[in-house]
Design a protein around this ligand. Structure first.
Ligand SMILES: NC(=O)c1ccc[n+]([C@@H]2O[C@H](COP(=O)([O-])OP(=O)(O)OC[C@H]3O[C@@H](n4cnc5c(N)ncnc54)[C@H](OP(=O)(O)O)[C@@H]3O)[C@@H](O)[C@H]2O)c1
Length: 409
């Protein structure tokens, strides 16, 4: 294999960043903040195996990554830990040392081969990560240098100690905070879906299901910002307390309160907008609870992901009648179809976060039975934790906590 040209240079400042489809023309970074961290300059590169930064911390020749070796919605059955060579970035690519990776409900749809049924195992798992650029190809060096911190998402490969990422699919971030990771998929989904499909108006009633989770927490906040009355479903009082703290007017802990009865009794006029992630009977209830001209946004159907079919049965025979009688609508939303809105969504959310106007709750498993999700192998525990409904906020794995003396804490 011919190695691509590696960067050999001294300290060129990164050009204005982000890139490709998401790039914010004319700004320093998509997130609007020029990284304040000192740059590390490559002092030695080799065309063969690895290269070094000025600290002399060499990149190892091998690393661990999670690979889907068998198609299954059972993540533990589908995915194996493999030790492989650290990959070499191509000309327009970055080699990122992952610090945090994000867990998504759809990780098990991906391992079941539901994203692209034509792809056969083995293939890499994990949608999103945040880490440090430790190597890069020549054309990628026009915008990045070693030591830059970037976040990225894409199809597969984040569940690894090192990931090669196309530079144009990376987003510079000002610091190594896991909160930035919450915005890439979870936050962006809520922001764009609410904006494009919700058509929220002040005073309307909005129902968010799985409200205390990765994407639900943002749907709650954006609905509240739009002046709506917000109802959020969750499975514990602790989550209910969190929902209150982010502006949810009526958290409903469905493990102690009957959701259908509560909605009927407290919202007899119906719900104007539903941000629906659970599917099955919850989706049916949401359809039946719509107000006249109500809008139901299908975000996901997590209750079915662990089944062989990937979806829980939905009794939709009379759906056309129900929608017609209420002039209501039901629309699906899939983030990759709304890439044209992505740049604005990220920039806006980052500004809100910087001003303290947006809570980006992260759950690294500190309260989990076996403790914090540290190291790549804990991705398995983190997926189980989410599917047990234990998470409060976005589930994040700390792949490589910093060692003493590391500047990127
Ligand atoms: N369309 C898109 O582009 C897009 C993008 C991102 C996410 N999503 C969807 O958004 C939903 C949430 O995803 P996420 O990654 O943000 O996960 P999450 O909300 O952080 O975690 C999942 C939560 O779902 C709730 N839940 C309800 N019924 C469940 C069941 N039967 N099994 C497991 N969990 C259940 C649990 O909260 P409670 O116990 O409190 O109910 C659990 O904490 C998923 O449906 C996902 O597919 C869609």
């Amino acid at each position: 294999m011919t190695s691509p040209p590696m960067l050999l240079r001294l300290g060129r400042r990164a050009a204005p960043s982000l890139i490709g489809r998401y790039r914010a023309a004319g700004t320093d970074t998509l997130f609007g903040v020029r990284p304040a961290v000192p740059r590390r300059f490559i002092i030695d590169t080799s065309y063969s195996a690895h290269f070094m930064d000025f600290k002399g911390s060499s990149i190892p020749s091998s690393m661990k990554k999670l690979v889907v070796t068998k198609l299954s919605q059972d993540f533990r059955e589908a995915v194996s830990v493999r030790t492989v060579a650290v990959p070499t970035p191509g000309d327009a690519e970055l080699l990122v040392r992952n610090r945090f990776v994000g867990i998504n409900a759809s990780d098990i749809n991906y391992s079941a081969g539901r994203y692209d049924p034509s792809v056969k195992p083995p293939f890499d798992a994990g949608f999103e990560g945040i880490g440090e650029v430790v190597g890069l190809g020549l054309s990628a060096s026009s915008r990045y240098t070693v030591g830059d911190m970037v976040a990225y998402f894409g199809s597969g490969g984040a569940f690894a100690e090192y990931t090669v990422v196309p530079a144009k699919e990376s987003v510079p971030v000002p610091s190594m905070k896991p909160e930035f990771l919450t915005l890439l998929v979870s936050g962006a989904t809520a922001y764009i879906a609410m904006k494009r499909l919700g058509n929220l108006a002040k005073g309307e009633t909005v129902l968010v299901t799985a409200a205390a989770g990765g994407t639900g927490q943002f749907a709650v906040q954006f609905a509240k910002q739009a002046g709506c009355h917000v109802i959020g479903t969750c499975s514990s009082d602790e989550k209910g307390g969190f929902l209150k703290s982010i502006g949810c007017d009526r958290p409903i802990n469905y493990s102690t309160e009957d959701l259908a009865k509560t909605l009927r009794k407290e919202y007899p006029q119906g719900i104007d907008v539903v941000y629906e992630s659970v599917g099955g009977s919850v989706l049916e209830l949401a359809v039946n609870s719509l107000a006249n001209k109500g809008r139901l946004i299908v975000i996901g159907f997590i209750s079915g992901y662990k089944t062989a079919a990937g979806i829980t049965p939905f009794n939709g025979g009379t759906l056309p009648v129900k929608l017609l009688q209420k002039s209501a609508s039901m629309r699906g939303f899939f983030l990759p179809h709304f890439i044209e809105d992505y740049k604005e969504a990220l920039r806006s959310m980052m500004q809100m976060f910087a001003k303290g106007e947006l809570v980006c709750e992260v759950d690294c498993g500190d309260m989990a039975q076996e403790g914090r999700f540290v190291g790549l192998e804990s991705v398995f525990r983190a997926v189980d934790y989410m599917y047990a409904g234990r998470n409060l906020g976005k589930v994040v794995v700390d792949v490589a906590p910093p060692t003493v003396g590391d500047s990127k804490l």
